[in-house]
Design a protein around this ligand. Sequence first.
Ligand code: FAD
Length: 333
Amino acid sequence: MDSKDYKNVWVFIETAHGEVRNVGLELLNQGRVLADANYEKLIAIVIGKQLDAAAKTVTAYGADEVIVVEGEEYTDYNTDGYTNVMVRLVEKYKPSVILIGATNNGRDLGPRVSCRLATGLTADCTGLEINEETGDVAWTRPAFGGNLMATILCSASRPQIGTVRTGVFKKTQPDFSRTAAIIREEIRTPSEEIRTKIIGFIKAAGETAVNLEEAEIIVSGGRGLGKPENFACIKELAEVLEATVGASRAAVDAGWISPLHQVGQTGKTVGPKIYIACGISGAIQHLAGMSSSDIIVAINKDSDAPIFGVADYGIVGDLFEVVPVLIEEIRKI
Ligand code: FAD
């Protein structure tokens, strides 16, 4: 392998029923940084069916080129079809870096593609930059249960592939006047090679519907709530704000709320417009999952709580007094 044969940064764009998911747009933004620093062009890879709108979206979010592969067999994500397409494209175009969202689908796709290509994969990354000495991508990910952050280089093989958590990077402002070359590739996967069949979708309901990564507003509760019933006030504040409920690990470990709500190093990484932390001290592992939020509001009765170090707005007070007042005032708007 001669790494000089490999160039450009690819971002695998995940779509759901034709709509581009946020994580691909976030990765285009950081992909641009990598491409400009060391890897020439930024290229979006879109696989599916009826992808014209998706191609326009990724162009607006900064792709220099879009490679589009359409086919009936790619209507919904499936492991065999998408892996086949990715591997064939890589063999033809030789990208140096491939960024994939660490979603359920991305976590399925990334390892299979890297295995077929006999290259490395860094899974579940929370940071990406260029290693100044080697020019490789330096991938950062939590290791040993989140007790340390590992920085990994994939120097010996190409492409360098990684899955990256949602919410780690921000989307750029779209510019719908941008244009990009659209390259259409005809790659088919015979039906007998696709070993799974999707027979239908059941919309997630209740607890399983928690979508912290794409939430615009999150209201989170911590150990300061004292007992599980007190999550009711967090849920009520979330309801009036049309927000999603988050939690610290302390609240999750106490069994007050499902782990699906956990924000932090071993939970979800989030980047909402507004993050409201109630009764959360701001331990480093919690901050690792939410400090890239646009606006952070902290409610804590301890004025020395570390959460105030990252908060844009801090309320020093008892959450059981503050939260009901907030709910009442917001209801008036
Ligand atoms: P505490 O630290 O106990 O803070 C409670 C806060 O509530 C205090 O600041 C207190 O002043 C305030 N308070 C109490 N009563 C009130 C009241 N009535 N009104 C207002 N404020 C009040 N943590 C995570 O959150 N996410 C993770 O993903 C995560 N991963 C971890 C991974 C590892 C390997 C380790 C070792 C730890 C991890 N942790 C994680 C745990 C983390 O270190 C903290 O223990 C945890 O975040 C603390 O949660 P907390 O802020 O709710 O509780």
